[in-house]
Design a protein around this ligand. Structure first.
Ligand code: PLP
Length: 413
C-alpha cells in the first residue's frame, strides 16, 4: 500500500463534524476569534516567571499533576481563591476549583456531566458560537432568550421556563455570560442577577455562569458573580486566563461544589492540563496580575474606539452598535439587505475575516445582518484599513453603505 492511500472514510465514527480546513495563515484584517493584544502580552515577566518557577520547582514535572494532584497546580488555585474572592465575591476553597485546558474544556466537562442527546438548555439568544456548535453536535435542544442592554430579559426567561414546565421539560441548565456578554458586551446588573437566580430556583434548574471576560470591564467594577450570590448552590462557574493574559496558554477553570465538581473531575481523563503554563501563570499572577489587567483594559478600550470611529467613518448610519461595557468584541448591525454569511467569503477574499451573526445567535434571521468583530489583536492602522476594505466589499456586494450616507455622516460629525 502506498503512503497516503489508506481509505479511512468507511471506518469513521458516526456523527463526526466535517473535516477541519487546513490552516494557511491569518488574513491581513483579522476580526475573528478571541485573539488578544500582542503588544500587551507581558513576555518579559512571563519569561522571568518561567525561570523562577522552574528553578525552584522544576523537578516536580517528573510527576503527573506535579505535587498538587488532579485538580491542578495548587499555587494557581490559591491565586484564584483570592482573586475570585476579591473581584467576584466568590467564597470557595482550592478544592472547589478544577484547572482545565482552556475554559472550552470546562464547557465540555460541564456538558459531559449534565447533558444527554435530546436534553434542553436555556441560553442567551446571542451567545458564544463555541457553545452552539457543541449543542448541535450533542443533539441538545436550545431555547434562546432575547437580551437587552442589561443582559437576558427576565420576562422572556420566565415565560420560557414556564413554557418548558407546561411541556414537562426540565432544562438541564441556564447558560449565561453575565459579565461582558459575548457577543453583545452587556453586563447583567445585580438586581437582574437576583431575579435570574430566583427563577432558576423556582424551576429547579442550575445556572452555568461563564465569566471569562469579567476582568475586562472598562471601569473595573463588576457585580458579584452569580456563584457568589448563591454560595455555589445550584451554580457552576467557569473562567479563563485566555482573555486576561494569553489564549495560547490554554488555562481555564471550573468553580463548583464538590458534589458536582467530583463528577467533572472524573470525566477529565487527560491526566492533567499542561503543568508548565499553570506554573508560569501562578508565578506571574501572584505579583503582576493586578497591574497587568488594567493596562490591558486601557489598550483594548483605545482599539475599540478606533473600531467604532472607523465604522462611523466608513459605514455612517449603516452600522449600528452599542458601546460595549468591556471585552474584545463589537456586535454590529448592518442594513437588512446585508447577509453576513454571504458577506463572509467576499470579505475574506479582500483579506477581512468577520464572524457572521447567525453563528452567534439561536435566531438565525435575527443574526442575519449582524456580525461580531474582535478588535483586540489588529493594530489601530489595521483596524482602520480593514474596516475600509470591508465597507468596499459591502458596497460592491450589497449596495451598502451608500457613499452619500457617509459623507453626510461625516459632515454632521
Ligand atoms: C464565552 C466564552 N466562553 C469560553 C471561551 C473559551 O475560551 P478558552 O478556552 O480560551 O478559555 C470563549 C472564547 O472565546 C468565550 O467567548
Amino acid at each position: 500500500m502506498s503512503a497516503g492511500s489508506f481509505d479511512f472514510a468507511s471506518l469513521l465514527a458516526p456523527g463526526l463534524p466535517p473535516p477541519a480546513p487546513k490552516w494557511a495563515a491569518f488574513p491581513p484584517y483579522n476580526f475573528v476569534g478571541g485573539h488578544n493584544d500582542a503588544d500587551q502580552l507581558p513576555v518579559d515577566r512571563l519569561t522571568a516567571a518561567a525561570n523562577a518557577v522552574l528553578t525552584r520547582e522544576g523537578a516536580t514535572l517528573a510527576n503527573y499533576g506535579l505535587a498538587s494532584g488532579p485538580l491542578g497546580y495548587r499555587p494557581l488555585r490559591d491565586f484564584l481563591v483570592a482573586k475570585l474572592g476579591r473581584d467576584a465575591g466568590i467564597s470557595c476553597t482550592a478544592d472547589e476549583i478544577l484547572v482545565t485546558s482552556g475554559s472550552l474544556q470546562a464547557i465540555d466537562l460541564v456538558n459531559g456531566a449534565l447533558l444527554a442527546r435530546g436534553d434542553t438548555v436555556v441560553i442567551e439568544q446571542e451567545t458564544y458560537g463555541g457553545c452552539l456548535t457543541r449543542f448541535a453536535r450533542l443533539g441538545v435542544n436550545t431555547v434562546g432568550i432575547p437580551l437587552d442592554q442589561g443582559g437576558i430579559r427576565m420576562d422572556a426567561l420566565a415565560a420560557a421556563l414556564d413554557d418548558l414546565k407546561r411541556r414537562g421539560v426540565r432544562a438541564k441548565y441556564i447558560y449565561t455570560i453575565p459579565t461582558v456578554q459575548n457577543p453583545t458586551g452587556t453586563i447583567m446588573g445585580e438586581e437582574r442577577r437576583r431575579e435570574l437566580l430566583r427563577l432558576a430556583d423556582q424551576h429547579a434548574v442550575p445556572v452555568f455562569e461563564d465569566d471569562c471576560y469579567a476582568d475586562l470591564i472598562w471601569d473595573g467594577r463588576r457585580p458579584p458573580a452569580l456563584y457568589a450570590m448563591r454560595e455555589g448552590r445550584g451554580v457552576i462557574h467557569i473562567g479563563s486566563f485566555s482573555k486576561s493574559v494569553a489564549p495560547a496558554l490554554r488555562v481555564g477553570y471550573i468553580v463548583a461544589r464538590w458534589d458536582i465538581l467530583s463528577r467533572m473531575q472524573a470525566l477529565k481523563t487527560d491526566a492533567g492540563s499542561g503543568a508548565l503554563e499553570q506554573m508560569v501563570l501562578a508565578e506571574f499572577c501572584a505579583t503582576h496580575f493586578s497591574e497587568h489587567v488594567p493596562k490591558l483594559r486601557r489598550a483594548l478600550r483605545v482599539k475599540l474606539e478606533t473600531l467604532m470611529d472607523a465604522l462611523a467613518e466608513q459605514f455612517g448610519t449603516a452600522a449600528e452598535f452599542d458601546d460595549p461595557k468591556g471585552g474584545i468584541f463589537l456586535w454590529v448591525k448592518l442594513p437588512d439587505a446585508v447577509d453576513t454569511q454571504k458577506l463572509y467569503q467576499p470579505a475574506l477574499a479582500a483579506g477581512v475575516a468577520i464572524n457572521p451573526g447567525p453563528e452567534w445567535s439561536t435566531d438565525k434571521s435575527y443574526g442575519k445582518s449582524r456580525m461580531r468583530l474582535c478588535f483586540a489583536n489588529p493594530s489601530q492602522d489595521t483596524i482602520r484599513a480593514g474596516i475600509a476594505a470591508l465597507a468596499d466589499v459591502c458596497r460592491r456586494e450589497f449596495g451598502v453603505p451608500e457613499r452619500i450616507a457617509n459623507v453626510e455622516q461625516r459632515a454632521r460629525a
